[in-house]
Design a protein around this ligand. Structure first.
Ligand SMILES: O=C[C@H](O)[C@H](O)COP(=O)(O)O
Ligand SMILES: C=C(OP(=O)(O)O)C(=O)O
Ligand SMILES: [Mn+2]
Length: 448
């Protein structure tokens, strides 16, 4: 019955199109058994929550809120521990308080969390010391260990992804609604950060936020209302077998929602108009995103918006621009202007990470803090010139003290990268660098 309704709603139409970046599963029967099980399990999120997020994203598109989307490039099953999840949530909440001050509007918090397990890769194979194996495609597909066995796509991992997502989401809900996210606590953490002499340049903003919080208290502000926050879950909808298996008909509206997360996006490598990913995304009712890189044209952006949001519903569609700091000021304006001139409702985010990756001399895949900040700055400049809204920021970060991105006050250099380089795919801002970025962006936002 439900499956019939999903088919009638077009949830399987994507099967007629080419799907890029899918694993070569050696055992199709095992895959079918797992997806069959996944079609029976409880959804991870409720469609009504996705609707709430869509309304928030619409507000961000109008400049009445700012979006902070962040988390790992690739979540790792074995790293879904209480400590690591807590540190990540803490980092996002700390950044959100800083940005809220700068934007003087609510910050919509979205984790690249509880489902960010599938990775598109530029190469199908990886060679180390003369040995060539299939690439790691995320924990939902294979393991990053460099052995032949580990790299074989294993469909049982889809089930593991579901369970690890469920436990991560459970902890997110507990932390954000159980007292951990209380504004006064988060504010005290930020004061501690800015009081460290190394970060003296952020003291001024931190002191201003402190004054604002104290003013609120004196004026009888309701801090109890600020004890809980909403942190939404998002990931790249890359592995279509998994996303389709977690799609459910919403009992309220009769519409299909992909209940693997609140917000799903498709990446730069899978956004073809005639590809399976765009077709699948066109059929689900969640708020969705599309990454746009420097080769995207204004016509591409308009065509994607018309295809993915034919009713022009505000908040339904977010474009995440990932141009590169050296290109954003030239490549983004034509897209923003075309969308603006066509009267299309789109919420614009900047991803200042994916266009700024390079390999350091010592061989680490890295990015520079200053380049990341420069792309965010360019994004704000472009929107200011076009009279459009810079709606938010999408970043790869972790709450831990890793050394993967160069620069920041700590000034991690090429040699320093080796100290604690842990990511399995792309480099992440560490805890300190994430807060620094928030302080600097909050200044850009104040001028918005
Ligand atoms: O996270 C994004 C992509 O999956 C990643 O940048 C691809 O990395 P690769 O070029 O090492 O395959
Ligand atoms: C794959 C990613 O990015 P993009 O599609 O922008 O390259 C990502 O966000 O990890
Ligand atoms: Mn990445």
């Amino acid at each position: 019955m439900t499956e019939a309704a999903l088919a009638a709603a077009g949830a399987d139409s994507y099967l007629q199109f080419e799907a890029k970046q899918q694993p070569a599963w050696p055992d199709q029967d095992a895959l079918a058994r797992t997806t069959e099980r996944l079609r029976q399990v409880p959804p991870l999120v409720f469609a009504g929550e996705a609707d709430v997020l869509r309304d928030h994203l619409a507000a961000a598109g109008r400049g009445e809120a700012f979006v902070l989307q962040g988390g790992d490039c690739a979540e790792i099953f074995a790293e879904a521990t209480a400590d690591r999840i807590r540190n990540k949530i803490k980092t996002i909440l700390q950044m959100a308080v800083i940005l809220t001050y700068g934007a003087s509007t609510p910050v919509i918090k979205i984790g690249r969390m509880a489902g960010q397990y599938a990775k598109p890769r530029s190469a199908d194979t990886e060679t180390r010391d003369g040995v060539t194996l299939p690439t790691y495609r995320g924990d939902i597909v294979n393991s990053s260990a460099f052995t032949e066995e580990a790299r074989i796509p294993n469909p049982e991992r889809l089930m593991d992804a579901y369970h690890v997502s469920a436990s991560t989401l459970n902890l997110i809900r507990a932390f954000t609604h159980g007292g951990f996210a209380d504004l006064r606590r988060v504010h005290a953490w930020n004061k501690g950060f800015a009081a460290n002499p190394a970060y003296a340049r952020y003291e001024k903003v931190a002191a201003q936020i402190d004054r604002a919080v104290r003013f609120m208290g004196a004026a009888g502000g309701d801090f109890d209302a600020l004890k809980t926050v909403d942190l939404f879950a998002s990931h790249e909808a890359l592995l279509l077998d998994y996303e389709r298996a977690l799609t459910r008909i919403d009992s309220r509206t009769g519409l299909p929602y992909d209940c693997s997360g609140h917000f799903l996006w498709i990446g730069e490598r899978t956004r073809e108009l005639d590809g399976a990913h765009v077709e699948f995304m066109s059929k689900i009712a969640n708020p969705i995103g599309v990454k746009l890189g420097p080769t995207a044209t204004g016509a591409d952006a308009v065509a994607l918006a018309e295809r993915l949001n034919p009713d022009n519903v505000p908040g339904r569609l977010t474009f995440v621009a990932r141009m590169g700091a050296d290109k954003v000021r030239d490549a983004l304006p034509p897209l923003v202007e075309a969308v603006r001139d066509a009267g299309l409702a789109v919420t614009w985010l900047t991803d200042p990470m994916h266009g700024n990756t390079f390999t350091s001399e010592s061989g680490y895949k890295t990015r520079r803090f200053d380049t990341i900040l420069d792309e965010v700055t360019g994004f704000f400049e472009v929107h200011r010139a076009a009279g459009t809204i810079p709606g938010g920021m999408h970043v790869e970060l972790t709450g831990d003290d890793v050394t993967e991105v160069m620069g920041g006050t700590e000034d991690i250099d090429d040699e320093g990268l080796a100290r604690r380089y842990e990511t399995k795919v792309d480099p992440r801002l560490n805890h300190q660098q994430s807060l620094e970025l928030a302080f600097q962006v909050s200044e850009l936002l104040s001028a918005r």
